[in-house]
Write a new protein. Structure first.
Length: 318
């Protein structure tokens, strides 16, 4: 028996979520008095996972897996899980993870719980706490099956160093055709990604046009943050669709979410509600976003943001 975690990577480098699922898996393994095994696909330095408790790393290298394909990745994880006699599989709750985890659960005839935010409160019966109702509530859910798949909510458990002496083992797989082929993959380069960012700076139609996004990017650079936008902004073509956050875009669970010129439609709030601290800047004191915000500034972004950037630069210089 073991706990298997899928340590996701991009272009050979581990995503931040990989370290979080390994940290979580290590603690679950301790609760079950067993070991944690990490599986990687086309990652470079697998020994990096030792720092977070992975006692064994299974590496899969195959050019056919260079682009994410849920069915093919499911086949890999299922094979490794059976080989390692894993009864618990932990996968992150990224966009790819949300496709992947249910398929893995079906393949392993396992119970699946998504949006998990804590370690199991009990291992017999196996019970975990998860977010429900668009992150507005929590439920304690029991998995009764022998095999279990956990979808860990981003930034819910955190990254914890637990250095061990680990081993690396190569695993050969046969990748079958699925009938799905990626013609083109566009990736954002040279920037902090929304998925990995601790801070997200997001803006809406209150910016009045794409030509005004310079100050948003400057603020993000000062904070080491990712840039994002509301759905209307991406629909208008002001910003790439990859920056659209919300219930119908990318979910955000950052430590700090700054919303500038965004009114706060319910779909947007549902997608960013998991962020720990929310700061809103808007000229409209009655904007719905203020009701969900931890901090709010009623003011013109074109006056507030330059002053905020100046103060942050002064603070960093000091």
């Amino acid at each position: 028996m073991s706990v298997l975690v899928f340590a996701d990577s991009s272009e050979g480098k581990f995503k931040k979520t990989a370290f979080e699922v390994v940290s979580y898996g290590k603690k679950v393994a301790e609760q079950l008095n067993t070991n944690v095994v990490a599986v990687t696909i086309n990652a470079c330095d697998s020994s990096e996972l030792y720092t977070y408790g992975a006692e064994k790393v299974i590496t899969v290298s195959n050019d056919a897996l260079s682009t994410f394909n849920a069915k093919q990745y499911t086949g890999v994880i299922t094979e490794v899980a059976k080989s390692e006699n894993a009864t618990v599989v932990v996968i992150d709750s990224s966009i790819d993870g949300l496709y992947l985890a249910p398929l893995v659960a079906v393949s392993l005839e396992a119970g699946y719980i998504s949006n998990v935010v804590e370690l199991p409160s009990s291992t017999s019966p196996f019970t975990v706490k998860r977010k429900t109702f668009s992150n507005k509530a929590f439920s304690n859910t029991e998995i009764a099956t022998d095999n279990k798949v956990i979808g860990l909510a981003k930034n819910s458990f955190g990254i914890h160093e637990n250095t061990v002496t680990g081993t690396v083992e190569a695993f050969e797989v046969t990748v079958s055709e699925t009938g799905v082929k990626s013609e083109k993959v566009e990736r954002v380069t040279g920037k902090v990604t929304i998925a990995d960012a601790d801070i997200v700076v997001s803006a809406g139609r209150g910016l009045k046009g794409p030509e005004n996004w310079g100050m948003i990017e400057e603020l993000a650079d000062v904070l080491g943050a990712a840039t994002a936008c509301s759905k209307p902004v991406s629909d208008l073509g002001w910003r790439p669709h990859g920056e659209h956050v919300g219930q119908t875009g990318k979910p955000v669970a950052s430590n700090l979410y700054i919303a500038i010129g965004i009114s706060g439609a319910i779909q947007h709030l549902a997608g960013i509600n998991a962020s720990k601290v929310k700061l809103v800047i808007n000229t409209d004191a009655e904007a719905p976003f203020f009701k969900a915000a931890d901090y709010g500034i009623v003011g013109d972004a074109f006056e507030v943001i330059p002053k905020l950037i100046e103060k942050l630069k002064d603070f960093k210089a000091a």
